[in-house]
Design a protein around this ligand. Sequence first.
Ligand SMILES: C=C1C[C@]23C[C@@]1(O)CC[C@H]2[C@@]12CCC[C@@](C)(C(=O)O1)[C@H]2[C@@H]3C(=O)O
Ligand SMILES: O=C(O)CCC(=O)C(=O)O
Ligand SMILES: [Fe+2]
Length: 381
Amino acid sequence: MPSTPPSQLNKDPHNRYFDLGAAREVPDTHAWDGQHELPVVDGGVGAGDDAVPVVDMRDPRAAEAVARASEQWGAFLLEGHGVPTELLARVEAGIAGMFALPTPEKMRAARHDGDLYGYGPPLIASYVSKNMWSEGYTLTPANLHAEFRKIWPDAGQHYRHFSGVMEEFLKEMRSLANRLMELFLVALGLTAEQIAGVEAEHNLTESMTETMHLNWYPKCPDPTRALGLKGHTDSGFFTFVLQSQVPGLHLFRHGPPVDRWVEVPAVPGALIVNIGDLFQILTNGRFRSVYHRVVVNRERERISVAYFLIPPADVKVAPLKEVVGGGKPAYRALTWSESIVVRKEAFANHGADLEFGKGRTALDMLSISSDEDDGAEHHRD
Ligand SMILES: C=C1C[C@]23C[C@@]1(O)CC[C@H]2[C@@]12CCC[C@@](C)(C(=O)O1)[C@H]2[C@@H]3C(=O)O
Ligand SMILES: O=C(O)CCC(=O)C(=O)O
Ligand SMILES: [Fe+2]
């Protein structure tokens, strides 16, 4: 193991690679004091107003359920999506096997400064002063094979099996993403003719790009001090999350009665859908991007897959005129690449370690009505 890791990897106070899986305590470099003060409530079916919305794509009224969930939560559990449960189980098993490899083997794919893809902590890790209790692997369909060859240079049986499973998964997920985009447009109230018009003008569905981020959250000796993934919104259009049988994903909800985190239940076979910042812009604020985080636990490691649908990096995204109607666009147009720069600024502005609602988010900074604003604090609900 190299003594000086690539700058993107988890480091201990001596700038050495910090092996989360072997840790006996949470060092100060990984301690998020003050981040565990809000109540955490169960989001299971019996939780009343806190029950995470469920959408079944086979339901003839699915579009209405999508609209409600996207407006009120910015997230929902998706069932009846058509991706075979047994494929999801193979994906999880393959990923768990990959993360269980010895560290030096995973380090062969380590992400270096400036890289978008590879093994290491997520992008936002570089905006905050503390380390998160997770490692991840960012990939695209285009670099899947090249990336996995770094981990398995012999291109042997493990490589072939895992690549095959992930390819099958990506194919299914792309088909699902296209179907969900259409459902979102129906949920916005667009007619078939308007949807055809939007697609002809913007080529939304076909041009979306895919990025996958595999997350590994090792067991943690003191979960109340650590965070698997700091609170954030996803930057793109929308994200599918496959969480293993271990819950850990929390969605932020403003009061009343109180600001709180809602724990997404682990529902076998279901996928979680999170709306991202650029979808909030595209829908002129009607569908909300959801602030979320991940906590870890003492007993079980957790893995998840986040599959991001993002517009081409250099294409401007603006509120759809079909949604704006006779009103005013609520957001300035910008590209995904520009949005990443704004997000970095937003993190820098509010000290990054603050809770949600205490500083200006990237979306606040892009909101047209806030252009002449004096920089006062904003609340999104
Ligand atoms: C396409 C992407 C979305 C992402 C940034 C990235 O380039 C690759 C990693 C993604 C991820 C995963 C964890 C949370 C997140 C906020 C991060 O830091 O890296 C997301 C990014 C995002 O949604 O912007
Ligand atoms: O692990 C999870 O459940 C969510 C991961 C996530 O939010 C992300 O990768 O953006
Ligand atoms: Fe996320």
